[in-house]
Design a binder for this molecule. Structure first.
Ligand code: SF4
Length: 68
């Protein structure tokens, strides 16, 4: 099932949990102290990691949404 990541940079508190869970998907901007979404629509092979990154974000800045 296709999916995409929705990221709200304004909510990001810079905990970097997302980066730890899914380094293939996330990067980190040290100057801004917040995450950078590298891949909006990651491949299915990264779905578990994408879900984990959303689940582990303490600021609830990440959502995973199914796409048609
Ligand atoms: S886990 Fe959430 S708060 Fe932390 S860097 Fe990632 S998006 Fe930002």
């Amino acid at each position: 099932m296709a999916y995409q990541l929705l990221f709200e940079p304004g909510k990001c508190q810079g905990y970097a949990n997302c980066l730890i869970e899914a380094p293939e998907i996330w990067d980190f901007d040290e100057d801004e102290n917040r995450a950078v979404l590298r891949i909006v629509d990651p491949p299915d092979a990264l779905r578990a990691k994408a879900d984990a990154s959303a689940r582990c974000c303490p600021a609830q800045a990440i959502r995973v949404e199914e796409t048609p």
